[in-house]
Design a protein around this ligand. Structure first.
Ligand code: ZN
Length: 332
């Protein structure tokens, strides 16, 4: 709804042809702080919807019916006062008003995270125009949803990954500026020079190249992993997620996303193994025994190894999407 309002505002700005107001709500002059606050509130509300979607999608429930949120414990439809992002959770002490069932901290966390990401996208994209910022926000919301489901169930919903693989090329064609920084799109655009936008055909090819590169490289890594270790090293969900991300960030962006994701995942994996190791040692001490560090480490390594890759991959895709230009400016 707001995306439509944004493009309406943009159309109006183009229509009178002489609007000087910059920012997301042009031609209306809106102070930056107010602009970012509005975007943040929108993000909180989208995050609230994503929380419901993260519960409904993997359970095979419809996103549309029932429209209103309900408590999974007592199946009671939530009132408007129970549906306020973050605040309701805080006021109710993290429990359902009806059945006192714990509401996982995942819900307010997703709301805060989406709100913060929307503000960041709006802040970093102030010069890009509302349409691009809306697409960035859409991709970030999808990544939050995919990460939440992957953390909990070790799977990535096809609605996100395959949806992104379909939507990426379509939006790239509709909004070529998505791939303005792509060397592929620049090379395919007739008479392109720095500062100019790429054309639709170039953007479409850049998107498809990103899709193939993102999916292809993870498929290849999975294939090699299977040869070397004799077991499935890469989930197909991750392959589809990076293919979908690549359709938005191009081949270079997909590669950067993979490198960033693998780096952060390695650190997270290491922390997780250490956490389990400490846990094993503490428990042994509680029972009055001792667990030699190496033995505890061996147990921790097995227990702490199982981390989903999707959230880290998603983080990489988000960074590529928002900051690739900035990273290239810093490097170059
Ligand atoms: Zn309840």
């Amino acid at each position: 709804m707001t995306a439509a309002a944004l493009s309406l505002a943009q159309a109006a700005a183009g229509f009178d042809g002489e609007s000087t107001a910059a920012g997301l709500f042009a031609p209306f002059e809106v102070p930056v702080a107010l602009e970012l606050s509005l975007v943040g509130v929108l993000g909180l509300c989208v995050g609230s919807f994503l929380g419901a979607a993260a519960y409904r999608l993997p359970n095979g429930l419809s996103l549309a019916k029932p429209v209103r949120s309900f408590c999974p414990g007592c199946k009671r439809t939530l009132t408007a006062a129970e549906n306020v992002p973050v605040l309701s959770w805080l006021v109710q002490g993290g429990r359902c008003r009806g059945c006192k069932m714990r509401i996982p901290v995942r819900y307010p966390a997703m709301e805060l995270c989406t709100g913060a990401l929307f503000v960041l996208a709006a802040w970093l994209g102030r010069d890009l125009g509302p349409a691009l910022v809306a697409v960035h926000a859409l991709v970030l919301a999808a990544l939050v949803l995919a990460s939440a489901v992957d953390f909990e169930r070790f799977e990535i919903p096809d609605e996100v990954s395959i949806g992104g693989m379909v939507l990426g090329p379509i939006l790239s064609f509709a909004l070529p500026a998505l791939h303005d920084a792509s060397p592929v799109a620049q090379a395919l655009t007739d008479g392109w020079s720095p500062g100019l936008s790429v054309d639709r055909f170039g953007a479409l090819v850049a998107s498809l190249a990103g899709l193939v590169a993102g999916g292809g490289i993870l498929l290849a890594i999975g294939w090699i992993g299977k040869r070397v270790y004799g077991r499935d090293a890469m989930g197909l969900g991750d392959v589809k997620l990076l293919a979908a991300g690549g359709a938005f960030v191009g081949a270079g962006g997909a590669l950067a996303a993979l490198v960033i994701g693998a780096l952060v995942a390695s650190i997270a994996g290491l922390v997780n193994v250490l956490r389990f190791t400490c846990f094993v040692r503490a428990r042994a001490r509680q029972r009055g025994g001792r667990r030699p560090l190496l033995r505890a480490l061996a147990v921790g390594r097995i227990a702490g190894r199982y981390l989903p890759f999707g959230p880290y991959l998603g983080m990489g895709i988000g960074i590529s999407l928002l900051a690739w230009d900035h990273v290239k400016t810093v490097l170059g």
